[in-house]
Design a protein. Structure first.
Length: 466
């Protein structure tokens, strides 16, 4: 069988089996494929090809495919299955994935969900309904209730016998959780410590009582950060009464980190966050992107207004217009760069609101150094190519002030957004650039008036008052 990395050959083989219209051959082909191999070529298949292939995939493999698809794709694909086969696939899903998938199905076809629920086992349905009550972006919606709990009074022998006898269907058995009769979390016990301990050693003697845990209402981003900070592969989740209700595993956290990173990248670029670009058509992309871009276009008319206000100066010294793109472009670049650094530091909690003054002091120094370097370059550049000292000085001073101001704006806006409860990532590059276009022009023309004012006033018929 083709390796999972040779997606082109794999796709060719799969399409050949689909074109042959031979269910036996196609079923055999799919049987040899891993779920990830099928996912590797999934986006290349046509909807009708996906439906035909999915109907012949084993329920456990189909469940793995479904758990890796978006909430928009899941209902469409599952809707092609007869209720009995759909129920078999859903039974293979982990409880947290099952809860999410049922919610996605219900949003598309409530009647179908009711029919499918009647075919699910009562225990499966009860677990899914319990998880459905939690917000999907909190620890409760992220966790799975499949974990192993033991009592503190049990011996190592009793716990091992229990594991051999019960074959618990847990997400992971590397960590066992110690609870009291009310299911309140008391400690955690690693499988390693259990195995190397004497058979009659009680759990309470070898468990770790200081348990790092999270609560059902903790934001998923905070859960991911906690697991990353402690380098955990699994994290227990408790309710308001301290009862152990589930665990979050590292595979769930990796999905969260990818989702949050994608959102931040989209916001920094001023792009929509609720869109699958690969499968989006031009009309959807237009609708999603137009609103933000229209706002930017409207705001950029301020740039036109500033230039129009000072058009008499440009008419008098035409060469000033040639430097406008360079000056405001530098401001946008400097501001966007520092905003990206600060947003990232805020997202990873390396910086908090209380650190603003420290960041401000650092960026004042950085801004002065950047401004000084750019200003010196600009002055020498104009002197070399234009040999006009006054214009060279004006442009040099402007570059210093624009770079310095852009650095402060880019460093301050993310803190301001966080302070008022807005995601700092919304201080996107297009937004910073637009602000600095207007501010940069105002700085430019005020410096020009200051430096060149006496010379301009001496021109017949010229006035600095528009």
């Amino acid at each position: 069988m083709t390796s999972s990395f040779d997606t082109t050959a794999l796709l060719t083989e799969l399409r050949a089996a689909l074109a042959a219209d031979d269910p036996t051959r196609l079923s055999s082909q799919l049987e040899d494929l891993r779920a990830q191999q099928l996912l590797d070529v999934w986006s290349e298949l046509q909807p009708e090809e996906r439906d035909r292939a999915f109907r012949l995939v084993r329920p456990d493999k189909a469940a793995e495919v479904i758990s890796n698809l978006s909430e928009e794709e899941q209902p469409v694909l599952l809707g092609s299955l007869p209720p009995s086969q759909l129920a078999e696939v859903l039974e293979e899903l982990s409880p947290d994935d099952l809860a999410d998938t049922l919610q996605a199905l219900e949003a598309r076809d409530p009647a179908q969900v009711e029919e499918v629920k009647s075919l699910l086992g009562p225990q499966t349905l009860a677990v899914a309904d319990a998880l459905a009550g939690y917000d999907e972006e909190e620890a409760g919606g992220l966790m799975t209730p499949e974990f192993i709990s033991v009592r503190a009074s049990m011996t190592a022998r009793q716990v091992l016998d229990f594991l051999r006898r019960a074959h618990p269907d847990a997400e992971t058995i590397y960590y066992l959780y110690v609870v009291d009769r009310a299911d309140r979390l008391l400690g955690v016990l690693s499988l390693r410590d259990l195995i190397v301990s004497a058979q009659e050693t009680r759990v309470e003697e070898i468990m770790h009582g200081d348990v790092v845990k999270t609560h059902t209402d903790t934001d998923q981003e905070d859960v991911a950060r906690l697991m990353a900070d402690y380098d955990f592969s699994v994290l227990p989740v408790v309710d308001v009464d301290g009862r152990l209700v589930g665990i979050v595993t590292v595979d769930d956290v990796l999905d969260v980190l990818e989702e949050e990173a994608t959102e931040d990248i989209h916001r920094l670029g001023g792009a929509p966050i609720d869109i699958d670009y690969v499968r989006a058509n031009p009309w959807l992309l237009f609708r999603k992107r137009a609103s933000w871009l229209v706002l930017l276009v409207v705001s950029m008319t301020l740039t036109f207004n500033v230039i129009a206000y000072y058009e008499t100066i440009i008419e008098e010294v035409v060469i000033l217009a040639a430097f406008i793109p360079l000056l405001i472009g530098t401001g946008g670049n400097v501001g966007s760069q520092v905003a990206t650094l600060v947003v990232r530091a805020l997202a990873t909690r390396e910086l908090e609101l209380r650190d603003y003054l420290k960041v401000l002091a650092k960026e004042i120094g950085t801004g002065l150094l950047l401004g000084g370097a750019f200003g010196l370059f600009m002055t020498l550049y104009v002197l070399f190519f234009r040999a006009e000292p006054r214009i060279a000085v004006a442009l040099g001073i402007t570059m210093v002030l624009i770079s310095f101001t852009a650095n402060l704006v880019g460093a301050s806006l993310p803190f301001l957004f966080r302070r008022v409860g807005i995601d700092p990532a919304l201080t996107s590059s297009p937004g910073i650039t637009t602000i600095m276009d207007v501010v940069g022009l105002l700085i430019y023309f005020r410096v020009v008036i200051w430096i060149l004012g006496p010379l301009l006033e001496a021109s017949p018929g010229f006035s600095l008052v528009p």
